[in-house]
Design a protein around this ligand. Sequence first.
Ligand code: CA2
Length: 238
Amino acid sequence: MGERALNFKAPRVPLRKLQTLGLPRLLLARLVPYKEGLDSRGKAGFGASHFRPFATRYVPLHNPPAGHRAPGKTTRKEAFHPMARSSSKAAPKAPAKPVYVLNGPNLNLLGQREPEIYGSTTLADIEKQVKAKAKSLGLGVVCRQSNHEGDLVDWIQEAREKAAAVILNAAAYSHTSIAIHDALATLDIPVIEVHISNVYKRESFRHHSTVSSVATGVICGLGTIGYELALEAVKSKL
Ligand code: CA2
């Protein structure tokens, strides 16, 4: 029988009324709570205040088949059978902690000077791309930039507690900073070093990095897409 033929709306009945009819609470939990199988706290079953008795017997038109559903939306089946969720095609769930994307000195000038080396993409563009990529991977991100070494050290220390991983373009500090090296050495989360330009094609003072020896991996010379590749790498490590 088609879904349309089965689509009728049972009346909303307050929980209190059903209880006074002598229906045991266990049985009430089998009835479909009002509002898409979830109660006001987002939970199914116990604690819902209104029910549509017998609603489990029909498939409503507003409950589209899996794959045609808004990402993250809970179906009735999933509400009552939590195991059913694992096979659904919901958007990937973000880990509790975000990835810190940290940029060092002068990177705020991107797109304004030296486009032959760094391209015309601005830092704001990069952060927009990073946020979109992170979302598609189910990751959260925090993007920050500073011209001050101490800020980068503070944020790396903060990442010990608050971040799932660090993506770092320490810019010129990559070639000089022992403080950033030492802060990174305390982390036990993935660290991806990024450089927009190919530092090995440039002046010899850019060939050494104090970051690389304490990084999980290094991406260099691929332009601003390097930040997105770094997110892919982080995703594979988490
Ligand atoms: O290629 C990279 O991403 C670098 O980390 C960028 C640093 C440089 O010191 C590193 O050797 C390689 C410099 C970032 C400065 O960016 C500017 C952008 C526009 C105008 C001036 C500087």
